[in-house]
Design a protein around this ligand. Sequence first.
Ligand code: C5P
Length: 229
Amino acid sequence: MVAVMFPAAGSGKRMGAGKNKVLLPLLGAPVLIHTLRRFSSVHSVDFLIVIVGKNEVDEVGRILEKENGLKPYKIVIGGSERQYSVENGLKALPEKADIVLVHDAARPLISEDTIEKVISVAREKGAAIAAVPEKNTIKVVESGIITDTPKREKLYAAQTPQGFRRDVLLNAYEKARKDGFLGTDDSSLVERTGISVRIVIDDDKNIKLTTPNDLKIAEAYLEGENQCE
Ligand code: C5P
């Protein structure tokens, strides 16, 4: 059984909309609904865990109730950091879930193809994440001074979904808690347990909506998709 967790409990300060960015409208539906629809149309996805802020549980509940065709879901209250939000989600995992995906709710443009590939590599190898080859030259900077320029061929931007066998992810979260480690994605927690994490090359479209400009880009992509249908 495949369960997918959607951390959506961020404050969305950089979006500057005064409310959770995943509840903002995008071509007629909240960003969160776009994201959940994409996962619900993947046959092998069985269960959705939507992680939101304490004050948003009722609103999100109403929005999800109105939407037909979603896979079975549960709404969970998040924490003060993304990692703590996912940790709360893990407590709500159905017993039968042997593969767990984590996907930023703020990435509504994810393709079904990438979701399926991440599930299949996670099942076969234990851990897999969506990633794109880095186009920029990345600098390591300390106190305003560049201290390193890593070789670009080796750099990939990590995206979501990130998928793991259940035991792999639970062990990683337990170790992070014990060590007081706070990461910005789930893979970084798994990497420190010594497990090899594979990448699934994704397309540039799977952006994380962060600023108002990203909403416009997402709208343009969706309009393009609708015209192709
Ligand atoms: O802040 P950022 O865009 O990196 O967050 C990525 C995802 O994690 C977003 O969908 C956001 O809602 C979620 N998040 C969360 N709990 C937090 C912070 C972020 O669920 N405390």
